[in-house]
Write a protein that binds this ligand. Structure first.
Ligand code: SAH
Ligand code: SF4
Ligand code: F3S
Length: 478
């Protein structure tokens, strides 16, 4: 369901890695050295590519969208599921061809797959020159210089401190309205199915001051929405050395909300065990904090959740959902769901379906379990659900979510939403597209003099499972 849904752009990067490659681009000057970068995986990876672009820019490399003229071809990779890694290997075959035609072109693998496979990459993929993990991007200029001299370079050192707080990301592929801000890196959770703690290292939070400075700078440059990124944003924790006080996620949200009332704030991802009432009340209090929470459930069975080491039960999750709707009745909730985790029974699968229905998700990212080498699940549990069963259960999950999204959107017909215009609709330049607070894509006919970055009110007349369609009106009550 995700791929035909234009509303999910930018937040579905981890969903279908085969279709989500993205390239940065600007016109470079003649004589400049050029780099070309493709990104796969989650928003963190896309955000990291902007840091990489900034670091390479300082080192004299200009971005290009044309890999044929690039001196350096980079791929920022994801390891979350086997399919994600297969996609990267396919792209490397294509880069090989370019490299053969243009000897001297360097190919570098960045991100999670670089971290997972380390120097093995150089053995497996002969034409790769650089392997650089997520915490080693400052070393890229050195490694590139070495590679120019013919030395293959590997740096997969995982740091306990690196947050790239001082690096101003180069937002090359941006719509100029919405941007990501990484507020933390790594993950300490060790969900048993997940490779991220191994590829991204220990959790660390970035200075709140640098987050606010980045948000302020973005606002001044015309951006109107920031998405605060982390694998588990609710565990954000930063010690303010000036006051010796701790800034938690609710505090940070308040600080960013104060940057400007016209700067919208989103965040991702929340972990059900860590999202607090304090966060929910903060969201409710500030109009510019969007009423939308991505709260991955993974499974609806307490036994499976325990095997997954999610550290909450079905009941705990349902209580969180109740609390969200109690504090913010207009909040939309979305989820990630895994079908066919080790030993999952049909009854437990049914429990996943029923928890989804209970939560009334506006949408979900849905996957079947893919065993990842080195994880606790790979070491301790047998991947014993046959592929056809996993696929059938996943289909049942999708067949529940799609009409649920449709009903969720149908309920919006007749309502008026404040929408931030992100640009022209893909289908027609007579229409604007933008999102409401609940993160739903809204398409509506242009009227009057407006431009991307403006807030307008839109009354909804029609809805599909992916998009709300409406018309501009004068104000909220119109
Ligand atoms: N930090 C986020 C999500 C990280 S990965 C969180 O905890 O919610 C994004 C999603 O990929 C996960 O929520 C999970 O649903 C899915 N995922 C992770 N590992 C997987 C695996 N081995 N097989 C299938 N799906 C997986
Ligand atoms: Fe992976 Fe769990 Fe961390 Fe999310 S919280 S990144 S699923 S280990
Ligand atoms: Fe993939 Fe790494 Fe993100 S494994 S989902 S790119 S943190």
């Amino acid at each position: 369901m995700y791929n035909d849904n234009p509303t999910l752009e930018g937040i579905t990067k981890h969903v279908d890695e085969t279709k989500q490659g993205e390239v940065f681009f600007t016109e470079g000057k003649k004589g400049d050295k050029h780099f070309y970068i493709e990104s796969y995986g989650c928003q963190m990876n896309f955000s990291d590519s902007e840091i990489v672009a900034s670091i390479l820019g300082e080192a004299g490399y200009q971005p290009t969208r044309n890999m044929e003229i690039a001196d350096l071809i980079l791929i920022n990779t994801c390891s979350i599921r086997e399919k994600a890694e297969d996609t990267v290997r396919k792209r490397l075959r294509i880069f090989d061809k370019v490299k053969r035609q243009r000897p001297g072109t360097m190919v570098g693998v960045l991100g999670c797959m670089a971290e997972r496979l380390k120097s093995k990459f150089l053995e497996e993929e002969q034409l790769v020159d650089l392997v650089v993990g997520p915490d080693a991007y400052r070393d890229l200029p050195n490694l590139v210089a070495g590679a120019e001299e013919g030395d293959k370079g590997v740096n997969v050192f995982l740091s306990r401190e690196e947050t790239y707080a001082d690096i101003s990301p180069l937002r090359l592929n941006s719509n100029g309205i919405t941007a990501f801000i990484s507020i933390m890196r790594g993950c300490d959770n060790m969900c048993s199915f997940c490779v991220v703690p191994f590829t991204r290292g220990r959790e660390r939070s970035r200075s709140a001051f640098s987050v606010i400075a980045e948000a302020t700078d973005l606002f001044e440059r015309g951006f109107r929405e920031v998405t605060l990124l982390g694998q588990n944003v609710d565990s954000y924790k930063w010690e303010n050395p000036e006051t010796n006080t701790t800034v938690n996620f609710a505090d940070l949200l308040k600080m960013v909300a104060h940057v400007h009332p016209d700067l919208r704030i989103r965040f991702s991802t929340s972990h059900p065990k860590d999202i607090t009432d304090d966060v929910l009340h903060t969201m409710a209090k500030y109009e510019n904090i969007c009423k939308y929470i991505h709260l991955p459930v993974q499974s609806g069975s307490s036994r499976v959740l325990e095997l997954m080491n999610r550290t909450y039960t079905r009941e705990w999750y349902m209580d969180k959902v109740r609390r969200i709707y109690e504090i913010m009745p207009d909040c939309a909730i979305s989820s990630d769901v895994i079908a066919g985790f080790c030993t999952e029974t049909e009854e437990e699968h049914q429990e996943t379906l029923s928890v989804m229905e209970f939560a009334n998700y506006s949408m979900s990212y849905m996957f079947f379990y893919s065993e990842r080498p080195g994880t606790v699940a790979a070491r301790k549990y047998e991947d014993d659900i046959p592929l056809e069963v996993k696929k059938r259960r996943l289909q049942e999950i999708i067949d529940l979510q799609t009409p649920m999204s449709y009903r969720h959107n149908q309920k919006d017909i007749g309502k008026t939403f404040k929408v931030l215009i992100e640009g022209e609709s893909k289908r027609s330049d007579a229409d604007w597209k933008g999102r409401n607070s609940q993160n739903k894509m809204v398409v509506f006919a242009k009227q009057g003099v407006h431009s991307a970055g403006d807030y307008v009110y839109v009354k909804i007349n029609e809805a599909t499972s992916a998009t709300l369609i409406g018309e501009m009106v004068a104000g909220p009550g119109a």
